[in-house]
Design a protein around this ligand. Sequence first.
Ligand code: UGA
Length: 435
Amino acid sequence: MRVAMIGTGYVGLVSGACFADFGHEVICVDKDKAKIAALERGEIPIFEPGLDTLVATNARDGRLKFTTELKPAVAAADAVFIAVGTPSRRGDGHADLSYVFDAAREIAAALEGFTVVITKSTVPVGTGDEVERIIAETRPDADCAVVSNPEFLREGAAIQDFKHPDRIVVGTGNVRAREVTNDLYRPLYLNRSPILFTERRTAELIKYAANAFLATKITFINEIADLAEKVGADVQEIARGIGLDNRIGSKFLHAGPGYGGSCFPKDTLALLKTGQDNEAPLRIIEAVVSVNDARKRAMARKVSVALNGEVRGKTVAVLGLTFKPNTDDMREAPSIPIITALQDMGAKVRAYDPEGMEQAKAYVSNVAFCKDAYDCAADASALVIVTEWEQFRALDFVRLKTVMERPVLVDLRNVYRPEEAARHGFAYEGVGRAR
Ligand code: UGA
């Protein structure tokens, strides 16, 4: 199949490279000339494990191409994916759909022969109807079907998620469009990934409901963690104890500093707006959003507790800045409000992240960026693990103790067991575990 992927952001690039790897002929389109030139040279603008090799192999074999010319790419395609950004609109939290609608107009003008136009960007319910209307208005003669096919990729595990999805959701009432999407995803049949065909509006809502549910699950366990701390229970064991129940499931029950990233915060807000607009208030999600917002900054208080309230003038070492490991993405990262709160308390902050330090410079200021975990810990009165990168999982406590001013570990991802830290003479503060 010939595929045109509009937008070479995270979703577009990963999906384009994976479709090419399945044997489809893919052309990725972006307006950004510098980005396309870089991609043609094999330079990947984001950090995603395995993506560089996947792009290089498929580009070398001629199945993956890059262009700034939308028209010929769309004209030749059987399927055109819209994978452009849908950021939160400034002021009201609604998803900003201007990039999606611009793309729809340009695609419409370029369509030739029957083409399936597939929205992969996360878009509010009813966007597919609007895309269809725009196409019909721009090109009344166009022979096309508009489909919703949301993505469920996690940053840092995106290739694995694309190739072994729990499910593929395709929203369309059009039989030909169904056949085309079926052919596109046929390579996944071997992996026994189910395709769920549904109506377009339902598919659009599935995406938001899934992200909102996962955000709720995380926020739920985070509040249970706070209670566990107060009553002397262990949230890790509670998560295991409830997660073994199949009806609950063990994933996304890892307590921490609150969820961040480019999806959960933006998508939960957009879903709230959709709820309000349709007089169906989503009170649970409202609570999730506000509990999570307050949580991030509140995590800095754990440092204050661990230092008996003496934070002013002290050096605090922050390990991990990105919103999760295996990405360089700093969007809505818990590290940002945590660092600001620590600075407000008068702390000097040193920080280290394996991939996110360049990006972090745009989000935090007056931070000393360090070359590794031990450099970061130098003279620190507390070491705070904010993001659970693999390389922080086996820290050399003896070495840390020699460089730190005080052996205090604040472990916001519960990477270590309290007794392990204690054995090395560290005062330990985790999440949801009695001190
Ligand atoms: C999320 C969803 O997991 C994907 O299915 C979806 O496709 C994607 O959003 C999207 O809409 O594009 P992502 O934001 O990359 O993926 O990362 P997650 O692994 O879901 O983590 C989100 C946040 O939740 C991170 O800050 C992470 O640290 C936090 N989290 C996750 C926890 O605090 N506890 C957990 O148990 C799991």
